[in-house]
Design a binder for this molecule. Structure first.
Ligand code: MRU
Length: 348
């Protein structure tokens, strides 16, 4: 995607360094973070310098490739096994992270060179599948549509193009008149900060809406379709995505609005029978109690926005049951959220 007329991927690897767009600083500052070793890449995943299912997957793959590159030949096998464990402990919910570590680990057992190649393949595939998702998703969008989206499943959340936003970009490029309702997505505001910034860069008309405004806008006929991303999809179609997605899906069902998930095959976990088995990441209470923004002097500030001394509960994801999902837009086409369709998707 383009930033100031230059094409960027969210994350890439050159020699033994991993470069990523520092997402904690957006939309106020555009900066590239360089990680020279796998532990720093782990830190970047944990602290959300890099975030979003596909981008986390690419980061995890690159991290393991970095570990393989620096491993000593005397304890190579133990070193890469420990690195895999360390990388997998960074964030538990996004399936792509584990898909990537599994693939790069198998390659690393063969050679360092293959580990790096496999990590690059994962990143390239992520960009390609996102583009294909955009093509299929665009077919669902008619000119004049109001589209609601939650969190950020745009190009920042992947290596390029994104999932939920990819159909939106393609619809806009193909000349359809669309308007995007961007859920602010408390507590970290990935919608208000990241999705809004992305849409602005692509000149797509949009407005940020408070998280609790979705049902109201649906009741007023403003939303024709809702598209979100996914962090992990179970074999029965139950889908984990950013906290708040479940409430939107319930509201969409009530108002008869099609609710689509956009995700590549790397987000499906066919060893996970249903959403009940998905581990939901709990994040720090400060994300709820404080907000980070910039002041009039353009300086970043962290402000307390709640009653001092309050406790907070901060689950980062929720699970939307398959029955609330109209369809899943994948790189192979649009499928129903059923076990049959998901098994078929993996036999293609
Ligand atoms: O916690 P994050 O920002 O890494 O959350 C992941 C997400 O971006 C969303 O849940 C998204 O909708 C699906 S992954 C692109």
């Amino acid at each position: 995607m383009n930033v100031n007329n230059k094409h960027y991927r969210t994350i890439w690897m050159e020699k033994s360094s991993v470069f990523m767009i520092e997402q904690n600083l957006l939309p106020f500052e555009f900066k590239i973070f360089e990680s020279t070793n796998y532990l720093d890449t782990c830190m970047a995943i944990k602290t959300m310098i890099v975030r979003g299912a596909g981008a986390i997957g690419a980061a995890a793959g690159f991290a393991l490739a970095q570990a393989a590159l620096t491993a000593d030949k005397n304890n190579y096998t133990e070193y890469i096994a420990l690195a895999k464990k360390t990388i997998e402990a960074t964030r538990p919910t996004a399936r792509n992270l584990f898909t990537a570590t599994e693939r790069v680990y198998n390659a690393a057992k063969e050679s360092k060179k293959l580990a790096v190649e496999e990590a690059q393949n994962i990143a390239d595939e992520d960009a390609q599948t996102s583009l294909a998702i955009g093509k299929f998703g665009n077919e669902l969008i008619k000119s004049g549509y109001g589209i609601e989206t939650h969190c950020n499943a745009g190009w920042l959340a992947f290596v390029d193009h994104g999932t939920a936003l990819s159909p939106i970009y393609q619809a806009h490029k193909s000349g359809k008149e669309i308007f995007v309702y961007v859920d602010e997505t408390r507590p970290r505001n990935q919608g208000a900060k990241l999705t809004a910034w992305e849409l602005q860069n692509e000149n797509v008309p949009y407005a940020i809406i408070p998280d609790n405004a979705g049902a109201h806008l649906m009741s007023k006929g403003k939303i024709d379709i809702m598209i979100t991303g996914a962090d992990r999809i179970a074999k029965n179609g139950d889908t984990a995505n950013k906290i708040g997605t479940l409430e939107k899906a319930i509201a969409a069902k009530y108002y008869g609005i099609p609710f689509y998930i956009a995700a590549p095959r790397s987000t499906f976990d066919i060893n996970c029978k249903s959403g009940k088995e998905i581990i939901i990441e709990e994040r720090h209470p400060d994300e709820v109690l404080y907000q980070i923004g910039i002041n009039k002097q353009n300086r970043s500030e962290k402000l307390l926005i709640s009653a001092p001394g309050s406790k907070a509960i901060n689950p980062a994801f929720d699970v939307t049951p398959a029955e609330l999902i109209t369809g899943i837009i994948t790189e192979k086409g649009i499928i129903k959220p059923t076990e049959d369709d998901i098994i078929k998707l993996f036999s293609q």
